[in-house]
Design a protein around this ligand. Structure first.
Ligand SMILES: [Ca+2]
Ligand SMILES: [Ca+2]
Length: 196
């Protein structure tokens, strides 16, 4: 009986402490980081993938965050750091800091980067981090690791997968690397990050 009472009291204390400590504080369990692709021109790619160039002159990734506390209240005026992935990717711009509006929302875009494969962003605010959903990057800068420039090494990789179903260089999401993809590659040859 005593034990039950003790557990009940402790439980109440924890709930109260949590209520005091975490109302108004960003919470990973209720916050969102939604990532999608904005296409430049017509393509058969959907919103979960696109073709990207370090020069930023092809498709764009849109990162939208909603910051809430653990009770589901949206939080305004919170600074959120949106960090791109590392690994084999090469982002011309580092993490970006945005501030939530009156609806607890903020967004930013990334277009200038190299590297093929699934991209995952993270959004951090006041010690909590929430991961974004994956989107796919076909890229004109397709070295592994990417070097933020479309050069001969990238062409060598393109040539090696020509007429295959390699997704890294299937820039129009047709399912095959064909002449249409080569035309796009050629148009971005020697592109690099924009000058500061
Ligand atoms: Ca490259
Ligand atoms: Ca294609």
């Amino acid at each position: 009986m005593l034990k039950k009472l003790l557990v009940a009291c402790l439980g109440t204390a924890v709930v109260l402490a949590a209520g005091v400590a975490f109302a108004g504080v960003p919470c990973a369990g209720t916050s969102e980081c939604n990532v999608s692709v904005l296409h430049k021109g017509t393509t058969s790619c959907d919103g979960t993938g696109g073709a990207f160039c370090p020069a930023g002159d092809q498709d764009t990734i849109l990162v939208e965050v909603v910051i809430r506390d653990c009770y589901g209240n949206t939080l305004a005026d919170k600074q959120v750091t949106i960090t791109p992935p590392g690994g084999d990717f090469c982002f011309c711009e580092g993490p970006k800091v945005v501030t939530t509006d009156s609806l607890g929302e903020a967004s930013t875009t990334f277009a200038e980067f190299g590297g093929c494969g699934f991209v995952q962003f993270s959004a951090s605010s006041e010690g909590m981090t929430v991961l974004g959903n994956l989107v796919y990057s076909a890229n004109f800068d397709n070295d592994a690791p990417a070097n933020c420039a479309v050069t001969l090494g990238d062409f060598a990789r393109f040539a090696a997968v020509y007429l295959t179903s390699d997704a890294c260089m299937d820039y129009d999401c047709s399912g095959q690397v064909t002449l249409g993809d080569f035309a796009k590659f050629a148009a971005h040859y020697l592109h690099a990050c924009p000058a500061e």
